[in-house]
Ligand binder design. Structure first.
Ligand code: KPL
Length: 299
């Protein structure tokens, strides 16, 4: 399959590296500099060892939409601008797969005319070490489902995924987003505030207690029935990505904006609509906003 990947942060680099094993992948970057670098050096994946894969890269404004599948990996808060940039070429696009953390993007996606749209989540641990280099800190689940249109390209993607990068096709896209929202609502703010790797949230009994309180409050706001499943999800991700620095930790440490509005900000809005009191969520939301405001550099 011909696959375009828009966004070359940690998730874009990870997808481009793994999928280029079996597909013809082009990576679309935000800057010309990053595209040049990737064209010259390829993408390096660092695990126990490191391996380079050569693949073509282009700046995003050269995207013309001719691929069978386009995977959009940019952050939630960058999505509106990116969609605006590529809007007039979306008619030429094949299927689209959106992989954002948090909630909010459904409102944007709903408006698109594209025939087949998928929504998914990724629970791998990945940190971008430089513009063409990503460290893979643990494999978790990748889930995706149809938002609109046909399943064909998503099934093709899942059936041809590399063994160590498997993709689960599910039926309920909203459920996928809620599961990932809960994971991000607990792990991301706490790791960013305490400045620790994901695994420390389980290993340190005091952080673990706070994580459980934040989890319970999140589930209360979302009025979800299956608490056990969400608890297992959080524990699983912490275990499988124990050595990873969450994206929120990485964003703050590099002075970038975080996805807190789409994660805890979304939960605060939901809590207000339902008249639910959520002091933990509010406190962690403000701690992260405070750090963003200070432009705090933690490493
Ligand atoms: O999604 C992540 C993130 O960091 O944003 C997890 C899965 C928690 C991995 O760190």
């Amino acid at each position: 399959m011909r696959i375009g990947i828009i966004g070359a942060g940690s998730i874009g680099l990870l997808f481009s590296w793994y999928l280029s094993e079996k597909h013809e992948v082009t990576l679309y970057t935000r800057t010309v500099h990053q595209a040049d670098l990737i064209n010259r050096k390829g993408v390096t994946l660092v695990k126990e060892t490191e391996e380079v894969r050569k693949l073509p890269a282009k700046p995003m404004d050269e995207w013309v939409g001719g691929d069978d599948l386009t995977i959009i990996t940019v952050k939630q808060y960058q999505l509106q601008e990116v969609l605006f940039q590529i809007e007039d070429k979306l008619d030429e696009a094949g299927s689209l797969l959106f992989l954002q953390n948090g909630m909010g993007h459904l409102k944007l996606i709903e408006k698109l005319q594209s025939s087949s749209i998928y929504v998914g989540s990724i629970e791998h641990g990945a940190v971008r070490e430089s513009a063409a280099r990503v460290r893979h800190n643990g494999a978790g689940a990748i889930r995706a489902a149809v938002f609109k249109g046909s399943l064909v390209r998503l099934e093709e993607l899942a059936n041809n995924a590399p063994e160590d990068f498997s993709i689960q096709v599910e039926t309920d896209y909203y459920e996928i987003l809620v599961r990932k929202l809960v994971v991000n609502a607990v792990i991301n703010p706490l790791t960013a505030v305490f400045q620790v790797q994901n695994g420390i949230l389980l290993a340190n009994p005091f952080y673990r207690k706070i994580a459980m309180s934040l989890l319970e409050e999140t589930l209360c706001v979302l009025e979800t029935a299956d608490k056990e499943k969400h608890y297992r999800d959080v524990v699983n991700v912490c275990e499988k990505t124990a050595s990873n620095y969450s994206s929120m930790y990485a964003d703050l440490s590099q002075g970038r904006r975080t996805e807190i509005d789409a994660i805890l900000g979304f939960l605060i809005e939901e809590a207000e609509k339902r008249g639910v009191h959520c002091p933990y969520i509010c406190n962690y939301y403000h701690m992260i906003k405070g750090k963003e405001f200070q432009g705090e550099v933690v490493t």
